[in-house]
Design a protein around this ligand. Structure first.
Ligand code: F6P
Length: 404
């Protein structure tokens, strides 16, 4: 393959933390390899329409200095467009014409599973491309930029909500993004010392949640000298009930990738708890004992759901994502130069660039339930009867691969 002279950078799917570091990592590494890099704006929508553009933005040293790596979101913009779904039999020819028009010989594309499936697609169409894993959901096989920032923000919001929960003696249910997996709810919830964390990997038994809430939260208030307490539940949006059905609101519709928009899991959890609080004969006694009971006005503890929504992937990028984004962006350029098209960057450790085929990288990764059992033993409720953590010991021989 002749040396690449110009590459295009695309970010696609949902935005998140660390993407601007990916863009800067790509641009700076490309520059030191003598390659120009340009932005293809707004994800695959921009790639499809590139042929109609008059110009593209060159990521010169001056232009990239205007990009703030510690800000979330992407300077390259996003869309939820999947090329294979475009109803145009000439779509790949159109894309190739657009790339030719601007002398773009290869692509670096940062995105999640849907984005990655297009990388597989484009590689099969002989368009050289390398994938940088990105999704706050953390559902790819390798670490994906944006995950740590989302976890930190979930932990911060959850911890912050304790003050208002505590002041009103409310049960607070926080519904967070994550699609069909619970990585960010789990890690963010643990980070904030939530009492209960509900994730899609564990179909929830609401009787278990209720009993845990009752014993933890009721005792917390009863033991408090000022009769104050809260109970914090972090819920992943893709939650399932005990029969394995997803608990989202059907009326939310679908996104441009064709995925159901998930919303409503928090509301469902609130309703399940309220139903049990209303019918539990112990509740009036508890309300009386804590001095909270006001007949006709305040007869059960309040349960509120809060949905931070897009806030968990907005605002700032945490330092880990800036670090990972920079090195994954740079590694992607080096993979392209080495002709490793159709692959996903895993990481750069020392001088070793780890990569995997994109088809493999985008296989869904779920939360490992063996680790959940450990946290159940440490007192967090996961909406099922706690399971015993069975540990295994393993001595590491040789060099320990470090990521930080
Ligand atoms: O995939 C990332 C994600 O943030 C999911 O966690 C969430 O369900 C979805 O994107 C929301 O997407 P949109 O911004 O298109 O509403």
């Amino acid at each position: 393959m002749a040396p690449i002279k110009r590459i295009g950078v695309i970010t696609s799917g949902g935005d998140c933390g660390g993407l601007n570091a990916v863009i800067k990592g790509v641009a700076r590494q490309a520059f030191s390899e003598g390659i120009e890099s340009v932005v293809i704006p707004n994800g695959y929508a921009g790639l499809y329409n590139l042929v109609d553009f008059d110009e593209v933005v060159l990521l010169s040293a001056e232009r990239i200095s205007k990009i703030e790596a510690s800000l979330a979101g992407s300077e390259a913009g996003h869309s939820r467009v999947k090329i294979s779904k475009i109803d145009d039999p000439q779509k790949y020819e159109r894309i190739k014409k657009g790339l030719k028009k601007f002398g773009i010989e290869a692509l670096i594309i940062s995105g999640g599973d849907d984005t990655g499936s297009v990388v597989v697609d484009l590689s099969a169409q002989d368009i050289p491309c390398v994938h940088v894993p990105k999704t706050m959901d953390l559902d790819l096989q390798p670490y994906s930029v944006g995950g740590d920032s989302a976890i930190n923000r979930i932990a911060t919001f959850t911890r912050d909500l304790k003050t208002t929960g505590m002041s009103h003696n409310r049960v607070v249910v926080i519904e967070v993004f994550g699609r069909y997996v619970g990585h960010t709810a789990f890690r963010g919830g643990v980070g904030a010392e939530a009492d209960c964390i509900l994730i899609p990997e564990i179909p929830v038994d609401f009787d278990v949640v209720y009993e845990n809430m009752k014993s933890t939260y009721f005792n917390r208030i009863l033991r408090s000298d000022v009769k104050a307490g809260t109970y914090i539940i972090v819920v992943a949006e893709g939650l399932k009930n005990a029969s394995g059905e997803m608990l989202y609101d059907e009326s939310a519709g679908v996104d441009a990738f064709g995925h159901k928009k998930l919303a409503g899991a928090g509301k469902y959890v609130r309703q399940q708890l309220e139903k049990r609080l209303k019918s539990d004969p112990d509740v009036p006694k508890f309300m009386k004992e804590t001095g909270m009971l006001v007949p006709g006005i305040y007869v059960i503890p309040e349960v509120r759901e809060v949905t931070p929504g897009h806030l968990v992937r907005s605002g700032g990028s945490y330092a880990y994502d800036v670090n990972f984004g920079y090195r994954a962006g740079a590694a992607a350029v080096l993979l392209l130069v080495a002709g490793k098209t159709g692959n996903t960057v895993v990481d750069l450790i020392g001088k070793k660039i780890e990569y995997v085929s994109t088809a493999e990288a985008i296989k869904r990764r779920e939360v490992d339930l063996t680790e959940i059992a450990l946290f159940e033993g440490l007192g967090i409720c996961f909406g099922r009867k706690p399971e015993k953590f069975a540990c295994e010991l393993s001595e590491v021989k040789g060099r320990i691969a470090r990521r930080l």
